[in-house]
Design a protein around this ligand. Sequence first.
Ligand code: ZN
Length: 313
Amino acid sequence: MTPPSSHASEPEGDLPDWIVWQQRPFPDANLLLLNGATPALIDSGYRSHATATVDWVARRTRDLELVVNTHWHSDHVGGNALLQHRGAGIAASVVDAEALNGDAPDCCLSKYLDQPVDPYVVDQPLADGDIIRLGNADWQVVATPGHTPGHLAFWQPEERVLAVGDLLSTYDVGWVNLALDGPAVAATALESLQRVTDLQPRTLLPAHGALPRDSAAALDAALRRAQRLVDDPTGAVWYGARRIFAFALMIRHGIATSQVEDYLVARDWVLDAARLLELEPVELARELVASMTASGAVAVSDGQLRATADYSL
Ligand SMILES: [Zn+2]
């Protein structure tokens, strides 16, 4: 296991010293510690690096009070169970909290996406407009549904800093699931982006990739990408499938080429995507592998199909 600092770089932006942001490669979300009077961590990475996440936090603050989740995907909540066991509270959207604390099936879409998550409970449900003390300041909870129904961003108006989760990064916008969340979900994601654009943030803190150097330009590019997902629902389904499959390859460090089709046609997300695209699941599986191979997103080595993006297990 590689510690999260191995591929990471500190931002060059002018963040106050109590906001500690550090990039790390997939399958983890970036690290974001709001230090000070109320030490809080926004998102906790993937489960395989939970101990490294705990160690990173412990080097910077004594008593982590809260883990705050932008949403419940496995790369954002993988350290929750360990941090909760060590005394931190967990805050997440009301939508995620009701599912996680109730008996809703398949919380975190763990089975659906085939992404393991260690179980945790939500201590503090967050609703749009709530004010929450994190680090040394009050942050506003901004509901930003789309990528997931319960997705949240966190806005600090004095510093004009916005933690955006998977709403956008320097290279993409969060994928959407038209099968689970309905045909209007791409428009919902676009509205969420428009909403945070209107805040005119000075600094965006994304959960993946680098710190955008120009927030307005990053939001502008994200709005155009999100609009394309609205205009091209078929493309949006393929985009989500590529993202989910690349992540599956990363967390398994590849899948044997002889087993890739069997793996894919057994996945709920593949069956859903195939239905929307009016393809047989095996046709979708073959097209997915072919198109991702052609684009260079995946490649075969040692008999394994692997993601080519930077990742660390
Ligand atoms: Zn996500």
